[in-house]
Design a protein around this ligand. Structure first.
Ligand SMILES: [Mn+2]
Length: 258
C-alpha cells in the first residue's frame, strides 16, 4: 500500500508533522498508476480541484467531509459526511470501531488533524469531532504534538513577513499588503491570518484585509492589491491565487495490488 499526496506540503506545521511522525508519504507524481489496482481518496473527491487522481481512474473508496459530488457516486464504497469538521474524524471512527488502538504517531496525527481542520472546534458542526478527539487524545505523543504546533520556521518565512510588514497599508477597515514573488504559496494565507489579528482599525466584527502575492516558480501574472469586501473573501481570494499555481495537498491512498 502506498500513501500519496498531491500539490505541496507547504505549511511549516504540516512539514513538521511529516518529519516528526516519520510519515511515509510519496508524491503522486512519482507513482506509476498502472502498478496499482485499487485507489482510495481521502479528504477529496474525484474530479475536484484538489484531486490528483488521473481523470480516467475511478476510485474504489472515497472518504470525505466536503459536499457530495456527482462523480463520487461511481465509487464502490463512499462515505461522505459534510456535517463533520474533519475527514480524520471519520477515519478515526472506523479505527476505533474496529477495536484497534491507534499507535502514538497515528493518534498524534489525528489530534493535530482534527484541531487544525475544525480551527480548534470553532466551527459549529464539530460535535462528532470533539468526541473522537477526546477518545484519541490520551494516546497522542504530547511532546511531538507541541513540536508540530510550534514548528521551526524557514528563513524565507521571516523575509516574506518582513516584506509584508514593510508594504503594509491600512485604509479605513482594510489592511492591504503585497508579498511580491513567493516560493511557497501557503505563506499567503499564513500572513493574512496573522494580519487579521491586528488590533484597532479593522474591527473584529467586520474586518477586511488583503494579502497578495505572485508565486515565483509557476509564475502567474502578478496580482495587484485588490480591496476585498470582507476578510473571509480576501483570505479565500489569496488562498485561491495560491491554489491555481500549486494545488493544495490532498490525501490519496492507493492500496497496491502486487
Ligand atoms: Mn478537509
Amino acid at each position: 500500500m502506498t500513501e500519496a499526496y498531491g500539490g505541496i506540503i507547504g505549511r511549516a506545521e504540516n512539514r513538521e508533522m511529516v518529519r516528526a511522525l516519520r510519515l511515509p508519504f510519496r508524491h503522486v507524481r512519482k507513482l506509476a498508476f498502472k502498478n496499482y489496482s485499487h485507489f482510495a481518496l481521502v479528504d477529496t473527491q474525484p474530479r475536484t480541484g484538489n484531486t490528483q487522481l488521473p481523470r480516467g481512474v475511478v476510485p474504489d473508496v472515497v472518504i470525505d467531509h466536503h459536499p457530495l459530488r456527482k462523480s463520487t457516486e461511481l465509487a464502490l464504497f463512499r462515505d461522505v459526511r459534510p456535517d463533520y469538521g474533519a475527514t480524520a474524524t471519520i477515519l478515526a471512527e472506523y479505527l476505533l470501531a474496529s477495536g484497534l488502538r491507534p499507535t502514538h504517531a497515528l493518534a498524534t496525527a489525528l489530534v493535530y488533524a482534527i484541531r487544525s481542520e475544525t480551527q480548534d472546534f470553532a466551527r459549529e458542526y464539530a460535535g462528532h469531532d470533539k468526541e473522537i478527539y477526546d477518545a484519541v487524545f490520551p494516546q497522542a505523543n504530547h511532546r511531538l504534538l507541541a513540536r508540530i504546533q510550534t514548528p521551526r520556521l524557514p528563513l524565507t518565512y521571516f523575509s516574506n513577513l518582513h516584506e509584508a510588514l514593510e508594504r503594509l497599508e491600512t485604509v479605513d477597515t482594510l489592511i492591504v499588503t503585497h508579498l511580491g514573488a513567493v516560493e511557497q504559496p501557503d505563506i499567503v494565507p499564513e500572513i493574512a491570518d496573522l494580519l487579521l489579528r491586528m488590533e484597532g482599525r479593522p474591527g473584529r466584527s467586520q474586518p477586511a484585509c488583503s494579502t497578495t502575492a505572485s508565486i515565483s516558480r509557476s509564475a502567474p501574472p502578478t496580482r495587484g492589491p485588490t480591496p476585498a469586501p470582507s476578510c473571509a473573501a480576501s483570505w479565500a481570494a489569496a488562498a485561491k491565487a495560491a491554489a491555481t499555481a500549486a494545488p493544495p495537498a490532498a490525501g490519496l491512498t492507493s492500496p497496491s495490488s502486487p
